[in-house]
Design a protein around this ligand. Structure first.
Ligand SMILES: *Cc1c(COP(=O)(O)O)cnc(C)c1O
Length: 480
């Protein structure tokens, strides 16, 4: 069986998949990552359905998860628009949008979190352990996590979101969560503050002891959890196989993957797929004005000291500390170097790759960023071709047009337009309005929308408390 090791100390004792999922903080505060990545002949995936592809991948990764548990988890795709094809393609010229938002909360987070909730809860029951799952969200992880764990046995969820940092629809998706085992708190601060609080709590001895005395172990469902990453590899295989089956390419032809990136979990799925042999030419990382990843990939400098977090039209990418980059560093440069670089980031706010390392990174990645004006231009450009995209996807479309010169590409479409309707309406019609007016305008213009979004405007608000980060340990303990 394959095992998981720490990105900062590969010699520390490894854990199995269940433990990497249940307690995701590894030795020296590293992240768990697979000890061995197999080389896979992906051509054998042609003709399999989505669930079969996932099953085959997990078997080849040798994760040691039983077919029965995985099958049950994959049932969660039944809540998608078209369960047999949870990630359909939409074509504009040679750009193929891989639509990852057809799940219940209308963002790509559902692709991983839907099956993940079932797997987590199963492992928790097997261990006969209650878990408190803490999650910090910039807007899409929260709703997807809440839905995934609603009424799941052995689980309680506390979801932290930056007050004012999400769209109205996203905030409502969280504030209306009704299952008894779910709690949502607003944080005074931005997403980095919420994520920093989460990371601090996960390793805080006092907080963990308090929870233990109440019978709970602490865990996280954030995009650093490998259980999510594993599911985020599958749709790149699926997308590539679909291109072959629809005869847009022949097997082996390399295509770009363009990924609007924040915490880098989605792009990491593409990276692992490429490492294992999926014919991806390069992974193009699209960013907004918070362009730290662009700078890193283009120059090898990761520097948060020169940046302040800007609020943009693509808030899921308003991030400076992009956690999953650590797993790329580990895969390319090993644990000692990863530890050294991240130590520098902690103490001085920056690290720099040497020129060989940079060349190595650029073998895998390209990058581009756009500002809010460009975001709107690319929404409009797609609309003029008859396709509606959200602001995050618009930046990926921009990156495609700027970096890929009309080559064949899979562009990750990470949210339904309805989650960011005011920006979309403003880009297309120049109007300024709130979320639900904007949704009406789009519907009147022939757009369609997930049913859960439509229901939001008349559901009761059950969670509306906002706290300073420092108050939360106590507030959480009390709720338990
Ligand atoms: C989460 C999210 C992203 C960023 O994904 P990462 O895995 O964090 O890089 C991009 N777009 C949307 C709509 C998202 O919800």
């Amino acid at each position: 069986m394959n095992v998981f090791i720490s990105t900062r100390n590969a010699a520390a004792s490894p854990v199995d998949f269940a433990n990497a999922i249940l307690s995701p903080t590894a030795s020296e505060n590293g992240l768990y990552t697979l000890r061995t990545l197999p080389h896979i002949d992906f051509e054998q995936f042609l003709g399999l359905d989505y669930g079969e592809q996932c099953q085959r991948l997990f078997n080849m990764l040798d994760l040691g998860i039983s077919d029965e548990i995985l099958q049950k988890a994959l049932q969660s795709y039944q809540s998608f628009d078209t369960p047999a094809n949870p990630a359909p393609l939409h074509r504009l010229d040679r750009a193929f949008f891989l639509e990852l938002y057809h799940g219940p909360t209308r963002a790509f987070k559902d692709m991983a979190l839907c099956p993940f909730g079932e797997i987590f809860s199963t492992f928790a029951r097997k261990n006969n352990q209650q878990y408190l799952i803490l999650t910090a969200t910039s807007g899409d992880t929260g709703p997807a996590t809440l839905r995934s764990f609603a009424n799941k046995q052995n689980i309680k969820v506390v979801c932290l979101y930056p007050k004012g940092g999400t769209s109205q629809v996203q905030a409502l998706q969280m504030m209306t969560a009704s299952a008894k085992n779910l709690k949502v708190f607003g944080i005074e601060g931005n997403f980095d503050d919420a994520q920093s609080l989460l990371k601090a709590l996960l390793v805080d001895k006092d907080f963990n002891n308090t929870l233990e005395s109440k019978g709970y172990a602490l865990s996280a469902a954030n995009s650093v959890n490998f259980g999510r990453i594993a599911f985020q590899i599958v749709y790149y295989i699926w997308g590539y196989c679909t291109l072959v089956q629809q005869k847009h390419i022949v097997w082996g032809e390399e295509v770009y993957a363009v990924v609007p990136s924040g915490n880098f979990g989605n792009a990491l799925g593409a990276f692992f797929a490429k490492l294992m042999g999926l014919p991806l030419k390069k992974i193009i990382v699209a960013s907004n004005q918070n362009n730290i990843l662009t700078e890193f990939i283009q120059t090898g400098v990761y520097d948060i000291t020169t940046k302040t977090l800007a609020k943009t039209l693509a808030p899921a990418m308003d991030i400076l500390k992009s956690s999953n980059v650590e797993r790329v560093l580990f895969a390319l440069f090993g644990d000692k170097r990863t530890k050294e670089l991240l130590y520098r980031l902690d103490v001085s706010g920056r690290y720099v790759l040497d020129s060989n390392e940079l060349m190595c990174l650029q073998d895998y990645f390209g990058a581009w960023w756009g500002d809010d004006i460009q975001t709107k231009q690319y929404i409009k450009a797609a609309y003029d071709k008859g396709y509606i995209i959200d602001p995050h996807t618009a930046l990926a479309y921009g990156a495609y047009l700027q970096c890929c010169q009309s080559s064949t590409a899979l562009i990750c479409s990470t949210a339904e337009w309805s989650k960011f309707a005011p920006s979309v309406v403003n880009a297309i019609f120049g109007k300024i309005c709130d979320d639900f007016e904007a949704i009406e305008i789009m519907l009147a213009n022939g757009a369609s929308i997930g049913k859960h979004i439509q229901e939001l405007s008349y559901q009761p608000i059950l969670h509306n408390q906002v706290f300073a980060p420092s108050a939360l340990p106590e507030v959480i303990a009390q709720w338990l």
